[in-house]
Design a binder for this molecule. Structure first.
Ligand code: HSE
Length: 315
């Protein structure tokens, strides 16, 4: 009898405090030529538990260090949403599982921003819709090509006019593997943006826009033989590759192992290979090649497209 009551009390307590658990996918942005415009979501997830509290209580459940004060990106993004809705935030309990490696080009900061916004929106009874959340997350991040697919899933084409994001999400029905080769060092997006030219030629602009359009059309229609051409670009990869020793060797290896395409994921340093599901031993062979290049600390991670985006998985 006593234990039944205490179980009932615990459930009631949990109900009142409204602890929610959010699952947020990794993302790969740019997709070669679609700088700041294209991105897709991947089946590799961060998890964030969140509830209102009288103070800031932030914990990393997997030992990955995260800021534990108001500068924490999950907390800060939640705070922004509360402010906009005119609600006072007395504090939050936030527990993070950070599977997505930080500052590697797989959308770790976008995952934090989306977790904060979606969590806060849920705690407040969903005052904001998808459009608001897409806009707000791009305003916080500065570009939409990680935040939008992290929220929406699939492949997202997005134009950010500085205030609003004009976007289309498309689900991708494919068995393609997205294999990330993840260096053992970080590359901050600010640094990877600082090395880009201020202006480009008309010819280079055409080179990129034609390939960006080709990428999404080819991915969506299964014309994968186009992807190798589609990922070439002249706006960012040639400059950023200089910051990533061995990047060209990894691309050459990926193509020699039969990848459809290889590109710099987001601002890097992760390198992404797009591989057919019939290419059974691609990851093992890539691992072997990296070891022989002296890159034993680099990781190889096989992923697939996530079409669902961020989900509240319990409340
Ligand atoms: N489009 C962004 C960039 C993605 O390439 O800088 C990185 O967050």
């Amino acid at each position: 009898m006593f234990s039944e009551i205490s179980v009932f009390l615990n459930l009631t307590e949990r109900d009142i405090t409204k602890m929610i658990k959010i699952q947020i996918p990794a993302t790969s942005a740019n997709l070669g030529a679609g700088f700041d415009a294209l991105g897709l979501a991947l089946d590799y997830y961060n998890y964030v538990d969140m509830e209102e509290a009288d103070g800031i209580f932030i914990e990393s459940l997997d030992g990955i260090p995260v800021p534990t004060d108001a500068s924490n990106l999950v907390y800060d993004s939640a705070h922004v949403l509360y402010d906009i809705c005119g609600k006072k935030l007395s504090g939050l309990t936030v527990r993070q599982v950070n599977n997505i490696p930080m500052a590697r080009g797989l959308g770790s900061s976008s995952a934090c921003i989306i977790a904060g916004l979606v969590g806060a929106n849920e705690l407040l009874g969903k005052p904001m819709g998808f459009d608001d959340l897409v806009d707000l997350s791009a305003q916080i991040e500065g570009h939409p090509d990680n935040t939008a697919p992290a929220l929406l899933g699939g492949i997202v084409t997005a134009v950010f006019d500085g205030k609003r994001v004009h976007w289309v999400k498309q689900e991708v029905f494919t068995t393609l593997k997205f294999v990330a080769v993840i260096p053992d060092f970080e590359l901050k997006t600010e640094k990877a943006r600082a090395c880009l030219p201020k202006e480009v030629s008309h010819k280079d602009a055409v080179y990129n826009l034609s390939r960006a359009a080709l990428f999404s059309a080819s991915l969506l229609t299964g014309k994968y033989e186009n992807l190798r051409t589609a990922v070439h670009d002249r706006l960012h990869q040639p400059y950023r590759m200089e910051l990533i020793a061995h990047a060209r060797d990894v691309f050459d290896t990926a193509y020699s192992l039969g990848a459809y395409a290889a590109y710099l994921s987001g601002a890097g340093p992760a390198l992404m290979a797009i591989v057919g599901d019939d290419n059974e031993f691609f990851c093992g062979k890539m691992r072997f090649a990296l070891d022989r290049m002296g890159l034993a600390e680099w990781q190889v991670k096989e992923m697939h497209i996530d079409n669902e985006g961020t989900k509240i998985i319990s409340r």
